[in-house]
Structures are given as structure tokens and as C-alpha cells.
Write a protein of this length. Structure first.
Ligand code: ATP
Ligand code: SF4
Ligand code: MG
Lengths: 568, 284
């Protein structure tokens, strides 16, 4: 076992009182095998660098460490600093995050890369020769190896550090942000280098912000949050099937080329590290927390994807599962054996041509019509067993035709107030709430506008009134049937942004029915394609767009591409 | 298209004229006991007196003060019209809405009754009942109500059925609204033109029926009635009483009926698209 962390705790003592500490790492257990690359991802300040430093026994003076780091079966806490120095560079080497401090400004880089070899007793000439080859390998142009660090670009310096780490051919490699300032092509090359080293049998601990780089290089990814491991999962699942709400939020805030969905940050800020909460550390930012999350800290549970997730709910919970639903109107079979899942906080786009059964499926999920066969489960309860009024409070619906869905007798104000009135929730604060809702959907909030009747509004305005009405009770699920079809592109963009924001801030789940795969691509996490009453495809949005499997999906995408080439 | 009925009505000259006429007539009728100069059952005076300051329209064959009698007769007409209309509308509304909402066997039964009532000639039935039983005014009011509600029920049912499928009502249901809420906020307001129209039409029929029956003499003769006045005035036409006796009665009756006709004309004009039975006008 080359590198292993056992119940590692690191605290930093802060200036002042003795017990004034912050927790940088909390009970980390982790192992990295030979020929394996594990990446650590997490927000800034989550303790990634601390972990890297701990592995090399390089923590600063004010750090208090408990637990152990085992290198090749040797517990490093028992080693003297002399013994440790030997291990460093020869058995385990590191590429530091802050390269500037590491390189000596008065020595040529070729000399600096050769230095560990010379210290190991190799002749100066062989060392320089190897150094030059290694710099070549790192794609530093021959002439440039004679330069001084300050004459190199940031990316070049990064590669010089990499060369330094590799020159002694250690069995373990710790890389702290090796690609933070390199361009995409170099990044790809470095990924190749890392993969090659892993295949040669090295154990690599890769610390990175860059989720796609983690997915590309590593076998496993460990998600660190405020010093705690929240999830570890096979890296190929990182971008497509994260299990922990935090991992998903990270993925959503990370720009990936293929992904067109707008980015959203992780809501809220990381917790204070001076006190440890009783419950789940992610709870204040979690959109699916339950009572127990406040009381007890969750245990790690294994997922069926081969990873481990630390969450009371076993990771992202399923909100709705539709199981083998069928539905006919008279003799026409509209839906045939449809199954579908919707996670908490997920936006699912239901795409398909007119008459493919999109609205029927949406209404079935909304509980407004009953299926002929199969069942629908909402938060682990059969839909038919849930009180209709309670359910109505949790589900907002935007109908396909806004003009028909709002009574012509209701003014804008009355229309948006209706759900509040129905649920006896109309009080002195309601007027303010309604104004807020109007603002959110980009409508005026003056009395004149609020007194207008539907026939005095444009289709787009009405649609936004309908959206405001659907959101006024702060539902957990929004079913939007062509909710943006009447809107001009600029308002549409704003509404889509609003919906994404709701997803991010409130963790609202959405079923976004649309015939426009271009819109689906912008908002949804997943796309289900409905064709002839069946779901012919159901995958993460960027997969569907990049690599549609079904003939029908391909046609759908081609149609959009040819008509909206500029927008894509 | 959205319609705010009261604003629209206010702008409708014909409607306003009708309403003002009706209100004047009914106020007079209500105040009859207070403003009638004589007791209309007091026959102590000389008969066939011409108009004078004491007897504005003179006296009749048995010495009643015709003017006082006219006011009381108008009172009967208005009372009859309004009560019949109110009762018939209430029955029609309740049965029509409930038939549409409940459906099933209940709906079937209600609709069969409606069909049956539509088939029989209500005037004839009323004449027979009145002639045979000589019922009191109250009984007659109820009887007439019971045989003329069917058209209202039918219209209300049709409209409710079409409303039921409207998206905004489904939407309210999906928001968790109760049936009572939906009735109050979405269905009854929508039905307003129907029962406004029904009310006026039924009132007109009732006023006309009451006058007709009493003219034919098959109505409680002790009640003051425009029909009875006309029928007696006709008997003494040779005495040249048409001007102070027949004409006022005929004019009063006509004005009452005309006022109601004007109102219904206005309502029809305002709500026209929707009176033609549950099309989409309500939501287009
Ligand atoms: N020497 C130190 N003294 C006190 N606190 C420290 C020290 N080093 C790090 N910390 C704190 O420990 C926490 C973890 O820091 P660390 O550098 O490991 O984060 P990181 O995940 O590497 O962040 P980044 O992505 O920005 O590199 C942070 O809150 C940081 O402020
Ligand atoms: S559901 Fe609970 S345990 Fe899971 S991440 Fe959210 S707050 Fe933590
Ligand atoms: Mg760091």
C-alpha cells in the first residue's frame, strides 16, 4: 500500500488563545494503491493543500496533526526528519501549488531539475542530461531550459516543477493543482503524462479544482468539503452521476465545454471552521436536508455506483419515480410503459414532437390525471395516497396555454394571489410576496399593472404571470409545460436564469416540457426524449446533445441545428 | 373577452331606461300602503265619480278609489313577478349546477324532468290549476315557479359543463381548491349573465301570467290586480271610464312589462356571445 491516510485530523492553531484552532481536516481515511490516481476536489479552503502537505510531513509549525500517514507501510509520524527527507523526492515527490516559492530564482531551471539527482550521488553530467530529457518530455523547448525561473511563463514553470517531481522516479506523486495555469492543449498533454506515470505503477494523489481534469486523469475522485470527505466515487461518474448534493452543486458550477447549461454557484458559503456542527456539515447549504441532518453527522454508505457517500439520505434523493406508466385516451394509447426518475433538485427536460405525450406525462406526474397502469411514487409515497391539497402545495404547474389557465375575471394581482387564497395563506405579507414574484418574472409591480386583466396582457406577460402564480407557494416541484414558448429570446433567457436560480437556491426540481431541444439544452440536467408514447432516450443533457443514440433524437437535434445555427 | 357587467350595463342606455322604469314602478308598489290616499277596499263612497282632487282617478262601480286600487294592484304584479323569478331562478340554478357537477344518474333524472316540463304548455297547466283549485297568491307563485324553472336549469347546466373543462378551473383544482371555492370564485360569477337574463325573463312571464289569469277571472278576486281592474273596466266601457279606469291599468301593466323587456334586451346585448350557450367567449 504506497500511500494511506488513517483517521487524519489536522487543526491549525491560530494566534492568541491556546484553544483557538480551526479544523482543516477532519478524520480523513484514504488510500491510494500502486498504479492508481486519486483526485481530491473541493472548493477553495476545503483542505486540499493541507492534505498534500500532511502526506509529505510538511505541515507548518502551527498545525496539530493526529492520525497517521503511511507511506509504503511506514507510519511517517515515527520517522525522524532526517529519514523523512530521504523518503521525500525518492519515494514521494510533490508539485506545489505555489510554484513561485519553490523555484530558486538565481539558478537555471535545468540545474534545479538536476539537483535531486546530484544529491543522490549521480554525476553532474548524467544528471544534466537526464534533466534536459525530462524538460523535453515536459515540452519545455530546448533553449529555454537554460533560462531562469522568472523568465518562464507560469505554465512553463508548472511543467518545470512537474519535471522536478518526476526526475527521481518516485513511486508516489502528489500534485497540488498541476494544471491551474496551463492552457487546454498543455493540460491534455499533462493528463497524458500523469496517466502514463500511473500506468507505470505510480500512486498519484491529484489535487485539483478542475473537475474535468480529475475525471480525465484519475481513477477515483474524493470530494472534500471543509475538511470532510463527503463523497468518493469512480471518476467517470463524477460529471454525469454525482451522488452527493454537494458534488452535484460543484459539477453544476464547473464549466465543461460540452455543457451548455448555465452555471450556478454552490449556494451559500462554506461553514466556519472554528466550530463543528452537530449534524451534517453541508446542511446549511443543502437543499434536501431533513430533520436528522441537523442532529447527527451522517455515516458513509456505499452507493451502487461503487463509491461512498456521506449523507443521511444516501446522497441525492429521488423525488419522483414513474414506474411502467401507461395511459390511453379512448382507443389511442398515448403513453406506453414509461418509466422515469426525477431527483431532488434536478431539472428534467421532457422533449418530443407535438402529440408525443409530453403533456400527458407531465399531468400524470402532477396527479391531475390517473394512469391506466403502473404507478407514480412521490418521496417514497404512492401518488394516489397523498392528500391532494398537500400535494398541490408542493407542486406548481405552468400550463401550456397561459390565456386559458388564468380566469378572465382575475386581475394580475388576483391571479397570482389565488394559490395563497386557496391555501388560506393570504395575509398582510402577501402583497409584498406577489410584488416580489412579479419582479422575479421581470414584470412591472405598479398598481396599474397589477389591476390589469388577462385580455389586457400580451401572451408573454400572461405566461410570466402564470409562472409567478406557480411559484408563489414556493413549491418543491415545478412542472412547466412549454413555459417559455411565448417569450421573446431576451425575456426567455431571463426566465430560464430565474428557474436555474430557483433550482440552485431552493433546490426546486423541475419537469420542463418543451419541443425545443435548444431550450432543453440550456436549462436541463437531463433530457428524456419521448417518441410515440415511449421514452427512447434518457441521459445527461450534454450526452444527448453530443451523442444522440436514437434516430429520432438525431433528427430532432439536426432540425434545431439547421434552424438556429447561430444560437448553438 | 373580459366583461365587467355593471360598467357595461351603466353604459347601455336602453338598459338604464328599463332599470329606472322598473325601480320607479316597484318603489311605488312597495310604498303603496303608505302613499295610497284611500283604503282600496273601502266602498263607502259614491260609485263612478270622475277624477277629482279627492279621487285622482275617480271611483269604480262599487265606489273604490281607482288610484289607490291601481297602486295596490301594481304591488301584486311586482310581488308576483319578483317572487316567481327568484324562486324559479334559485331552483334552476341549484339543479342546473348540481346536475352538471354531480353528473351520473342524478343528472339524468334532472334532465328528464326538464324535458318533461319543456314539453307541457305551462300556461295551460297554470290556468287549469288556478281555475280548479282557486289557490291563494302564494300558492300560485310557487306553482308557477315550479313549472318554469326548466329553461334556466338547462342553460345553467350546459354552461357549467363547458366551464368544468376550462383550464383555469382545472388549474384552480390542481392548486388544491375545494368545490365550494370553485363554485364561488369561478362558476357562479361566470353564470351571472344566465341568471340575470333568466330572472328578468321569468319576471316578465309571471307578471303577464298574473294579469292574464286575473283578467280571465280565475284568480283570487279579493286580491287587487291589474288584470281584474282591466276586466271590470272593460265591462263599463260604455260609461266612458276608459280614460280614468282602463287606460291607467293598461299603461301600468305595459310599463312594467316594457321595463323588464328593456332590461333583458340590454343584458342580451352585453352578454350576447355567452348567452348562446357555453361557447368559448368567456375565455377568448
Ligand atoms: N498555515 C495555516 N494556518 C492556519 N490556517 C491554515 C493554514 N493553512 C491552511 N489553513 C486553513 O485551512 C483550511 C484548508 O486550507 P487548504 O490550503 O488545505 O485549502 P485548499 O483546499 O487547498 O484550497 P485551494 O483550493 O484554495 O488551494 C483553510 O480554511 C485555510 O485557511
Ligand atoms: S441530505 Fe442531510 S446528510 Fe445529506 S447532504 Fe443534505 S444535509 Fe447532509
Ligand atoms: Mg490548495
Amino acid at each position: 500500500m504506497p500511500l494511506q491516510f488513517k483517521n487524519l485530523n489536522v487543526k491549525y492553531r491560530l494566534s492568541g488563545a491556546e484553544d483557538n484552532t480551526i479544523t482543516a481536516l477532519n478524520n480523513i481515511s484514504l488510500k491510494i494503491n500502486e498504479g492508481e490516481c486519486v483526485s481530491i476536489v473541493g472548493e477553495s479552503g476545503s483542505g486540499k493543500t493541507t492534505l498534500a502537505l500532511a502526506s509529505m510531513k510538511l505541515l507548518s509549525q502551527n498545525a496539530i496533526m493526529t492520525g497517521s500517514v503511511v507511506i509504503n507501510g511506514v507510519d511517517t509520524s515515527e520517522l525522524s526528519s532526517e529519514e523523512m527527507r530521504k523518503i521525500r523526492w525518492n519515494e514521494i515527490s510533490i508539485v506545489f501549488q505555489n510554484y513561485g516559492d519553490v523555484l530558486n530564482p538565481v539558478h537555471k531551471i535545468i540545474n534545479q531539475v538536476a539537483e535531486p539527482l546530484i544529491k543522490n550521488g549521480e554525476s553532474r553530467n548524467t544528471a544534466l542530461d537526464k534533466s534536459s530529457k525530462m524538460l523535453d518530455y515536459m515540452k519545455i523547448k530546448t533553449g529555454r531550459s537554460m533560462l531562469y525561473p522568472h523568465q518562464l511563463s507560469a505554465g512553463e514553470r508548472q511543467r518545470v516543477l512537474m519535471a522536478m517531481a518526476l526526475i527521481t522516479d518516485p513511486g508516489m506523486l502528489v500534485l497540488d493543482e498541476p494544471v491551474a495555469s496551463v492552457d487546454a492543449i498543455t493540460k491534455l498533454y499533462l493528463a497524458e503524462v500523469i496517466r502514463k506515470q500511473v500506468n507505470l505503477g505510480k500512486a498519484v494523489l491529484l489535487i485539483t479544482h478542475d473537475l474535468s481534469f480529475a475525471a480525465l486523469c484519475s481513477d477515483y475522485t474524493v470530494v472534500l468539503y471543509s475538511g470532510n470527505i463527503l463523497e468518493s466515487l469512480p471518476s467517470e461518474e463524477l460529471l454525469d452521476a454525482p451522488r452527493h448534493p454537494y458534488t452535484r452543486a460543484l459539477v453544476r458550477s464547473f464549466p465543461v465545454m460540452e455543457r451548455a447549461k448555465d452555471l450556478a454557484g454552490v449556494r451559500g458559503a462554506p461553514p466556519s471552521q472554528t466550530s463543528t456542527p452537530k449534524g451534517c456539515i453541508f446542511q446549511p447549504r443543502c437543499t434536501q436536508s431533513i430533520d436528522v441532518c441537523l442532529e447527527r453527522s451522517p455515516q458513509a454508505v456505499s452507493t451502487n455506483g461503487g463509491g461512498v457517500v456521506v449523507c443521511h439520505r444516501g446522497g441525492i434523493a429521488t423525488m419522483i419515480s414513474v414506474e411502467n406508466i401507461s395511459k390511453s385516451y379512448k382507443d389511442i394509447e398515448v403513453l406506453k410503459d414509461v418509466s422515469l426518475k426525477l431527483d431532488e433538485g434536478e431539472i428534467l427536460a421532457l422533449v418530443g414532437e407535438t402529440g408525443s405525450g409530453k403533456t400527458t406525462l407531465a399531468y400524470l406526474i402532477a396527479g391531475t390525471i390517473k394512469p391506466d397502469g403502473g404507478k407514480i411514487i412521490f418521496r417514497e409515497k404512492g401518488l394516489d395516497k397523498i392528500d391532494r391539497k398537500e400535494f398541490a402545495k408542493m407542486v406548481g404547474i405552468v400550463y401550456q396555454s397561459p390565456r386559458d389557465s388564468i380566469s378572465h375575471r382575475f386581475s394580475v394581482f388576483e391571479a397570482i394571489a389565488e394559490p395563497l387564497v386557496i391555501h388560506n395563506a393570504f395575509d398582510n405579507e402577501s402583497a409584498g410576496k406577489i410584488k416580489n414574484a412579479l419582479r422575479e418574472v421581470q414584470l412591472p409591480v405598479d398598481d396599474y399593472f397589477m389591476r390589469k386583466y388577462p385580455h389586457e396582457l400580451s401572451g408573454g406577460e400572461l405566461q410570466r404571470v402564470a409562472i409567478a402564480r406557480a411559484l408563489i407557494l414556493e413549491p418543491d416541484l415545478l412542472i412547466a409545460d412549454e413555459a417559455t414558448s411565448f417569450l421573446d429570446p431576451s425575456v426567455q433567457a431571463k426566465i430560464l436564469r430565474l428557474l436555474l436560480n430557483l433550482q440552485n437556491e431552493r433546490g426546486i426540481s423541475m419537469i420542463f416540457v418543451t419541443h425545443d431541444i435548444g431550450v432543453a439544452r440550456k436549462v436541463s440536467d437531463r433530457v428524456a426524449v419521448l417518441h410515440d408514447g415511449r421514452i427512447v432516450e434518457n441521459s445527461p443533457t450534454h450526452h444527448i446533445i453530443e451523442n444522440p443514440q436514437h434516430e429520432y433524437t438525431k433528427r430532432l437535434i439536426d432540425a434545431v441545428k439547421s434552424s438556429k445555427i447561430s444560437d448553438l | 373577452m373580459h366583461i365587467r357587467p355593471f360598467q357595461e350595463f351603466k353604459k347601455n342606455r336602453i338598459g338604464v331606461t328599463g332599470l329606472v322604469m322598473f325601480l320607479l314602478l316597484s318603489t311605488t308598489a312597495i310604498l303603496a300602503p303608505a302613499i295610497a290616499p284611500h283604503d282600496p277596499w273601502d266602498y263607502s263612497d259614491r260609485s263612478f265619480q270622475p277624477s277629482s282632487m279627492n279621487h285622482l282617478l275617480g271611483t269604480n262601480d262599487i265606489g273604490y278609489d281607482i288610484f289607490s286600487e291601481l297602486l295596490w294592484a301594481l304591488r301584486t304584479s311586482v310581488f308576483f313577478g319578483v317572487s316567481v323569478a327568484a324562486i324559479a331562478c334559485t331552483i334552476g340554478l341549484i339543479l342546473g349546477v348540481s346536475a352538471a357537477l354531480v353528473g351520473g344518474l342524478y343528472d339524468l333524472v334532472v334532465m328528464r324532468i326538464v324535458d318533461a316540463l319543456l314539453a307541457i304548455p305551462s300556461i295551460l297547466v297554470l290556468i287549469l290549476i288556478a281555475a280548479y283549485f282557486r289557490p291563494s297568491t302564494m300558492i300560485l307563485v310557487i306553482t308557477l315557479s315550479l313549472i318554469i324553472w326548466q329553461t334556466i336549469a338547462r342553460g345553467v347546466r350546459a354552461q357549467t359543463l363547458s366551464l368544468k373543462t376550462k383550464l383555469h378551473i382545472k388549474a384552480a383544482r390542481n392548486m388544491g381548491a375545494s368545490t365550494v371555492y370553485i363554485m364561488r370564485k369561478h362558476i357562479l360569477p361566470e353564470l351571472f349573465p344566465l341568471y340575470a337574463m333568466g330572472f328578468v325573463t321569468k319576471a316578465r312571464i309571471a307578471v303577464f301570467m298574473e294579469a292574464g289569469l286575473s283578467f280571465l277571472g280565475i284568480f283570487d278576486p279579493t286580491t287587487k290586480s291589474l288584470g281584474i281592474m282591466m276586466s271590470y273596466a272593460m265591462r263599463y266601457l260604455y260609461l266612458d271610464v276608459w280614460f280614468n279606469w282602463l287606460l291607467p291599468a293598461v299603461l301600468s301593466l305595459s310599463m312594467l312589462i316594457v321595463s323588464l323587456a328593456l332590461i333583458s334586451y340590454a343584458i342580451e346585448e352585453i352578454f350576447d356571445p355567452r348567452l348562446k350557450g357555453g361557447n368559448n367567449a368567456a375565455t377568448v
